[in-house]
Design a protein around this ligand. Sequence first.
Ligand code: G3P
Length: 217
Amino acid sequence: MKFFADTAEIADIRELQASGLLDGVTTNPSLVKKSGRDFLEMIKEIAGVCPGPVSAEVVALDHEGMMKEAEVLRKIADNIAVKVPLTIDGLKSCKKLSADGTMVNVTLCFSANQALLAAKAGAAFISPFVGRLDDLGQPGIELIADIRTIYDNYDFPTQILVASVRNSIHVLDAAKLGADVMTAPPSVIWQLFKHPLTDSGIASFLKDWETTGQKIG
Ligand code: G3P
C-alpha cells in the first residue's frame, strides 16, 4: 500500500520524504488555508520535494471552470494529480483530463456507486473519506471493501486512495482490504512507527550491552 501525506506543510513533507516511505501528497482547500501560503507556489514546491503524485484541487464547480483551473494546475509539474469533486461536472472533467493523460483524483466519495462512476470516468485515484463516514456512525471502512470488490470485478485500474484517515486502525484496515493508497496526516504516519514494547526492548538490550563493555567497530 502506498503512503501519501495529507498535508500542505512543506517541513512535514520534507521530513517524511527523508524517511523513504513517502509515495505522494494530497492537499485540499482547507489544508491550503491552514498553511497560510500561496496555493500555486506551495504546490510547485511540494511537487519538487516529493516525486510521487501530488494532488491539487480545483475549486470551480462547473466543467468549464474546472478545465481552466486544471490547465493551470497540470502545467505546474508532471507529477500533479488534478483533484476534482465527485459531481457530474467533476466526472465530466475527469473523463476529459484522463483522456488527455492527466492524473485525476476524484475526491469526496461517500458511496460505492460514486466510486464506480469515477472508475468509468477514468480516474487515476478515487478518494473515499472513511473518517467522515465514521463521524456519521457509518463504518467508513466498509465502503473500502465494497469498492475493492467492484474494482476487482471489472479490473478497473483506478487506485483506491483511502482518505480522511484519522488513526492507525484506519491504516491497518485499509491495508487488510487491499487499498492501493492511504493518505493520512503526518502525525498518523509517524504514529505507525511506534510501539512501547519496541522502546522498552531497545532500553533493555542497551542496558545488557553496556555491561559487556564491548563496542561494534
Ligand atoms: O484527504 C481528505 C482529508 O483531508 C479529509 O480529512 O479529517 O478533514 O475528514 P478530514
